[in-house]
Design a protein around this ligand. Structure first.
Ligand code: 5GP
Ligand code: MN
Length: 335
């Protein structure tokens, strides 16, 4: 993987470009994708954003979110765009497997693949150019660095600002996590100079849910959460029937894992959701417990030190058993 800076002088030649990111994109994936889109179209490129799967409705306010192609739902169109692409930007993921059903299309594509990501241990042989910085707050911040680094600060408009703000704000837990460096605040200051309404972005992302999501949260916290005080650990297990009963859609479970993490003394919070085709887990930690390692070792996953996730194909009760065994094995770090 060659340094991304080597592409700066090729940015002025118009190209067919695809931008993609990890499956079930969060605000950082979608925000960095659309932020980059609004930058590249100003340079005259023909740009298509492809999401490997569907996404949460609370991301649809982002400018031109309606133009994003869902690979799962419109495969022929997406494959066509991938075939025509000369460059493919891969954002907010470290391994091609994070693009789920798109993995083989990406792996076999002859386009130049460019990584911009902040997860540890990137699969560098899969990318031609790129930048991987696990200490960065968000991929949105890295897209900002790319725009500024390539000498295009003057291209930062209100569309770019809204998208990148959404990414950096959510990935820093509203500017709370350790990753919130002075550069993050300097970037936000620059974005705010465009005059976008930052309160509106918070409203779109956090105050736009349906009643059923809170009924579901209530039931989950009352009936589906177990606390293991001797391990300073909390576990939420969601059977598929709950998702059906409360009409839970993509994105509705985001943030749920933070509730048990805010219980006094809890160092590790986990949620395991039976999505039907797979068991999706999310892990959050405080202090010296590394959930990236934990997710890698036991749950085919990864992420960051304090926030990670994984996927399993085994049945729910087996994944739960696996979690409890893993928790016991880590007692000395969790105590
Ligand atoms: P979340 O729990 O919100 O889905 O994800 C938390 C963090 O872990 C994110 O940085 C995300 O990219 C990463 N992550 C979530 N699921 C997986 C997974 O299945 N594999 C890997 N490698 N990372 C994941
Ligand atoms: Mn991210």
């Amino acid at each position: 993987m060659k340094p991304i800076e080597e592409l700066y002088n090729q940015l002025t030649e118009p190209k067919n470009i695809v931008i993609t990111f990890h499956q079930k994109p969060d605000a950082d994936a979608m925000g960095s994708g659309l932020g980059l889109y609004h930058f590249l179209i100003q340079l005259g490129h023909n740009v298509t954003v492809i999401s490997p799967t569907n996404w949460a409705a609370f991301l649809n306010w982002m400018p031109d979110a309606k133009k994003v192609i869902d690979f799962d739902a419109a495969r022929a169109n997406a494959v066509n765009k991938l075939t025509e692409a000369e460059w493919i930007f891969c954002l907010d993921f470290n391994t091609l497997s994070r693009t789920k059903n798109m993995e083989s299309e990406l792996a076999s594509s002859s386009a130049i693949k460019i990584l911009i990501d902040h997860h540890k241990e990137p699969q560098i042989e899969a990318f031609d150019y790129g930048i991987s910085k696990p200490d960065k707050s968000s991929t949105a911040e890295m897209v900002y660095d790319f725009i500024v680094g390539s000498g295009n600060d003057n291209k930062i408009n209100i569309e770019i600002a809204q998208c990148l703000y959404a990414g950096v704000m959510t990935d820093t837990g509203s500017f709370k996590f350790d990753s919130t460096t002075p550069s993050v605040h300097l970037m936000v200051a620059r974005l705010m100079q465009t005059g976008f309404d930052h309160s509106k972005v918070h409203e779109h992302l956090f105050e736009n849910f349906l009643e059923n999501r809170y009924r579901f949260f209530g039931n989950t916290l009352l009936n589906r959460m177990e606390i293991f005080y001797e391990y300073n650990t909390a576990l939420i297990v969601i059977p598929q029937q709950d998702l059906i009963k409360y009409e839970i859609k993509t994105g509705d479970t985001e943030g749920l894992v933070n509730f048990p993490l805010s219980i006094r003394g809890i160092k590790l919070a986990a949620i395991i959701i039976d999505r039907g085709d797979e068991r999706k887990s999310s892990f959050r930690s405080k202090g010296d417990f590394d959930v990236n390692l934990f997710a890698r070792k036991y749950f085919n996953g990864g992420g960051h030190f304090h926030a990670a996730g994984g996927r399993n194909i085994e049945p729910l009760d087996e994944v739960v058993r696996k979690f409890k065994t893993a928790m016991r094995e880590n007692k000395s770090i969790l105590e």
